[in-house]
Structure formats: C-alpha cells, structure tokens
Design a protein around this ligand. Sequence first.
Ligand SMILES: Cc1cc2nc3c(=O)[nH]c(=O)nc-3n(C[C@H](O)[C@H](O)[C@H](O)COP(=O)(O)O)c2cc1C
Ligand SMILES: [Mn+2]
Length: 489
Amino acid sequence: MAVKDLRAWIDILEQNKELKRVKAEVDWDEEIGAITREISSQYGPALLFESIKDHRQTLCRRLFTNGTGTKERVCRLLGLSEQTSYRELVLIFKERFSRPVKPVKVDRGPVKENIIKGEAIDLYQFPVPKWNPLDGGRYIMTSASVVTMDPDTQELNVGTYRGMISGKRSISVLLATTQGWGKHFTKYRSRGQEMPVTVVVGWDPTLFMAASTPVNYPEYEMAGSLRGAPVELVKCETSDLLVPASAEIVLEGFISPDPKTYEPEGPFGEYPGYYAGRKTPKHAIRVECITYRNDPIFNGCLTGSSPGRTNEGTTWTPASFSAVAWQYLDQAGVPNVLGVWRGKWPEVMRVQIRKTHRGHAQQVANALWGSHIANYSAKHLIVVDEDIDIFDGEAIEWALAYRVNADMGDISFFPGTSGSMLDPSVPIGERDAVKYGHGKWTRVLIDATINWELEPQEQYGGNRYPPLGTAISPKMVETLKRRWKEYGF
Ligand SMILES: Cc1cc2nc3c(=O)[nH]c(=O)nc-3n(C[C@H](O)[C@H](O)[C@H](O)COP(=O)(O)O)c2cc1C
Ligand SMILES: [Mn+2]
C-alpha cells in the first residue's frame, strides 16, 4: 500500500520502532547536522526533532530526517521484503521506472490549509539547519522536490537541487543547465522570462527518490510507479505548476535570468564527501507564496559520504542510478547488458556485458556518456565480461589487473565533456556552473573485457585467454570427493 504522505511514513516508522523523537532542545546551527551525521553513519533510526532552538514559537517547529537511512526502510517504503538484495533492488527499480503511473489532479488538499503571500513571507520561520560547520548558510532545499514546467511542452520536471536561504524571501541555488530544471530555465531565459519554480518539502519519500535520480520519464509518474498509486496533485497559487495535495510545505516563486538578481550561494557539504562550491552570486528563487499544512513538519537531509561516513540517500541512490543507467543502455540499443552497478559515489560505474563484438564496451561508453545520467555519473566507467560479478570488489580488481592492457587500447579518454560541478579533483574555476552551465570532466573508459585483438591460441584450447590455473580437474574433483574424509578433514 502506498504511503499517503510524510505523516503516514512517520507513523509507519514509529510503529516499527524505527523513529527517534528527539525532545531535548537542539540547535539548528550544526547540532542537528552533527547528530544526523552520527546516526546515519551508524545506519540508525529516522529522526524527528521536536524542540529546536529559536523555533519553539515559529510557524514550523519540527524537523524530520534520515527516514530512508537503511536499506530495510527503503524496502518497506517500496513494499518489498526487508531481505531484498541490492542486486534485486536494481531490477525492481528498473521495472518500476519503465512503468509510469500518471498522476491525478484534485481540487484541494491539506497543503492549502495555510497560505502566506508577499511581504508576510519569512523563510526563517522554518527550522532549517546549518547542516555542516562550513556550509555557506542554512540549506532549505536538500531533500526538496523542485517543480518546473517546460514552456514548450508543458511537461513537468521534478528534481532535487540544493538551495540556501539568502534572505527572508529568497533562496539561492545551484542551477546547472544540463539538469531538468536547467533545460527549462534556458528556454525561459531565451524568451527573456522568469521561470516559475515550486519547492515541495515533505511528502511520501518515493517522490524524493524519483526527483534525485536522473529518470527518463516525468518524475510524478515515476513516484507513482515506485509507490504503487498515482500522485494526487493540486495547482499552485501563483503558477500552473502542480504539487502533491498532502505535502507539508510548498514554496512558490520565480527565478530571474537577470544577473542583478543573483544571491550568494555555497559552499555546502556535498555528495563526494567534500565541501563543494564557493560563496559566489548565483541564481535565486524569489519566493512569492508559501502554502503549508497545519503544524507543518520540515524535511531535509544531509548529503555526502566519505569512507565510513554517510547520509540517508546512499541506501538507495546506487540502486536507482544503476537501474536508470541500464534503461538508457537499453533505449540506445546496446545489446547484452547483464548488469549495472555504482557504489556510494556515482563517478565510478560498472557495467557487465555478454560481449558479442569488438567495440562493445566502447558502445556502452558512448551510450551512457551521451545520456542524461552522465551529468553526475560514469566519470570512470568499467566494463567487464559476464563472468565478473559487478557487485564483487575482488572480481573487479582481478579484471582490472588482468583484462586491462593500456598498450592495447583498453583505456580511452574522452576529454572536454560536461560533468559534475562538485568534483574537487577539477580546478574550481573550471566548474563554475553560472559561467559554463556545469562542470568539466575527462571521462575514462576502462575496458576490462577480454580484448578481441588477442588471437585465440591453440595452447589455450582455442581461447583468447589461458585456462584458469586455480581450477581443479574433473578427475581430481572426483578423487577429492571420494577421499576427503580419509585426508582427515
Ligand atoms: C540532497 C541532494 C542535493 C542535490 N543538489 C543538486 C544541485 O544543487 N544541483 C544539481 O544539479 N543536482 C543536485 N542533486 C542531484 C539531482 O537531484 C539529480 O541529478 C536529479 O537527477 C535531478 O533531477 P533532473 O534529472 O530532473 O534534473 C542533488 C541530489 C540530492 C540527493
Ligand atoms: Mn527530470
């Protein structure tokens, strides 16, 4: 059964004893972030902060985070057995992402219980944490779902993008023109228009999952498929954008293309585990209207992982990104893809193929690097044969050791592509999104499949590679079976 809204999800977690209500007063300034970092790195409970400094009397007083902080909770949200493996999860995401469920429009919903417009708006009424000590400010858009409309087709995009409170009524953002909303923004910009933008905070987390994965169908339809029920949408007050009728908080506004409207943004503790960006003027959302439920619950999350330290999103982004990458390969017509896997960080992607032609791995690279998944993924792409398990680090290491010979063209570089603006290995001036649209990557294909330029060898039994020296002959398998006890084992 689909989770109705954020409150229903919190109830489910509480019934399963996976919710911790923090009643002690905590500071929005670093303390909430520090607690959340500790708890999510231990794969601990979901957290509902009920007493936040400076927010005992504000219009929003509670903050919820770390809901999807374990694989078991992700499985529960998706209606799956808690034992479901990541290998299975990739296939389940892939199946659901290929089966859109259209949203339905409704006339009203609890998100309209309160409406504030114009001068009455004050974003500091929300208990927004300064999540990490060196963040440039209070990041109000972390697990938010940002809705925009294509002015040509009226199609809606929903994406998760970071945004910081830069004034009582403004949110400065990191807008890449390669991303869903960025593609819309460049259309409005070329018409000399502002782009209507709506930020949804707090709903069924399947929307957050769809919004933060580079899916290739409209996100509301993907969330509908993930949750197993259509998303119910109501119209915004100041635009034709649509939002979930039972969302906690909705911030409606506009982004102007005029550089005079830019506001300082960054840095923020980002997904690579490092701070990313610097405090420079960036696009800003001018908030014109806020609608919210009675006694609303703010929802946000940490991002960023480094070895041993993590955040709630890494429990499912490896599976959701892998599924979507596989879909893009299918859609491009790349044959015999057997699996895709990325770990906590999207830069390194592994693809397993049943190789049927020379250049098969290069075809994988061309298809992935040309797709929407490439914005933040597959900087380093490793392609392996069917006998190498992409979930097994040892198997990958073996393939890297003995199926890669740079001298025979197994490593290719593709310089000058766009890529993550948050990758610290790229000079900071080279990944200025305002100037260049996004970052800059030289992509690397490591073709760790058996190279077909190697001629089959007679002494290898007609194969390109020698027999496995670690294998025991069938004759000895029999002997060992027969005499095992006799040996004293
Ligand atoms: C917490 C969080 C913050 C993110 N912030 C940004 C951001 O500021 N800019 C960006 O381009 N992508 C950001 N992403 C990644 C996007 O959500 C992801 O690429 C998604 O595919 C965007 O939707 P789109 O494909 O419709 O553009 C963030 C993801 C998460 C989970
Ligand atoms: Mn999109």
